[in-house]
Design a protein around this ligand. Structure first.
Ligand SMILES: [Zn+2]
Length: 284
């Protein structure tokens, strides 16, 4: 059943890696609520420790993003329907130490108020964000301000210390697609693509390392989000000889089986999926 829905695609390109140790979050989000008011939509989270957060906006589609310390989620679901100005919202681990909540917006919005209420006898911390409708120009301005703040805050990733390249071994970077807040495709049985790709990537590493000509590095070895840019940067940093990105697409047709291979020979083309598709081969 799953196999009939999911096709494993392996993207091959020249080039790079990272692994992070297991780590348990100490903070727990105990409730998430939405409030619909005449002039605003309210987003509330209840959290057992004070949230250390950053809010920013992303365009196309319009989103409001809240990054905070790594948290446990009481609720297993990672995506929910919204109300008012919020179409839906998603949450999950963004990267080690950071969890992310994404509000998918129905319209450009501005923040009216963000407040943290201290715990009481009965309630933990409550973090409120009130949003209201705004125009496209104002939203674009907020996006640009967010972008500038983000760029200023970028620090080198500690865990990406380059490993000296072995003279004897070829370095193969195995990249498990999706992860963290991005589940990828969802199979008929409900399995997330991100889980499948991680399992395949680990197995591939084990198999490839049986041949001692290869050193294999995983871009992720746990359920964490990596942007495409981060995956490429890792590849470059570690001077990988071969980059294999593992995906398991769902196309919703049980009569189609097989694999898709996208190849890309130049590093600078890696970020353009469009280019990969032009030269793909497909067998079904
Ligand atoms: Zn995928």
């Amino acid at each position: 059943m799953l196999r009939s829905l999911l096709k494993i695609c392996i993207w091959v390109t020249i080039c790079c890696l990272i692994s992070t140790p297991g780590y348990a979050a100490q903070t727990t989000i105990t409730d998430v609520r939405l409030g619909l008011h005449k002039d605003k939509t309210r987003f509330v989270i209840e959290i057992d420790q004070k949230p250390e957060y950053k809010i920013f906006f992303l365009p196309n589609p319009d989103r409001l993003v809240i990054d905070m310390q790594e948290v446990n989620w009481l609720d297993e679901a990672t995506s929910k329907k919204g109300v008012g100005l919020i179409e839906s919202y998603r949450y999950g681990l963004f990267r080690q130490g950071t969890s992310r909540i994404v509000l998918d917006l129905k319209t450009p919005v501005k923040i009216l108020r963000e407040t943290i209420l201290p715990p009481t006898d009965k309630k933990p911390y409550r973090f409120f964000i009130d949003i209201a409708k705004t125009d496209q120009a104002q939203f674009a301005k907020s996006v640009e301000e967010s972008r500038k703040r983000q760029v200023a805050a970028i620090k080198p990733r500690q865990e990406n210390v380059p490993i000296p390249r072995s003279q004897l071994k070829h370095t193969i970077i195995v990249d498990a697609g999706h992860g963290g807040i991005d589940p990828g495709a969802i199979g008929k049985s409900g399995i997330y693509e991100k889980k499948l790709t991680l399992a395949v990537a680990k197995k591939l590493k084990t198999e490839l390392e049986k041949d001692n000509r290869y050193r294999v590095i995983l871009t992720r070895d746990r359920d964490t989000f990596l942007s495409l840019r981060e995956r490429v940067d890792i590849a470059r940093e570690y001077k990988g000889d071969l980059f294999i990105s593992v995906h398991a697409d769902s196309i919703g047709r049980s009569d189609i089986r097989g694999s898709t291979v996208y190849t890309c020979l130049k590093m600078h083309q890696m970020r353009k999926r469009q280019h990969w598709q032009q030269i793909m081969t497909r067998r079904m």
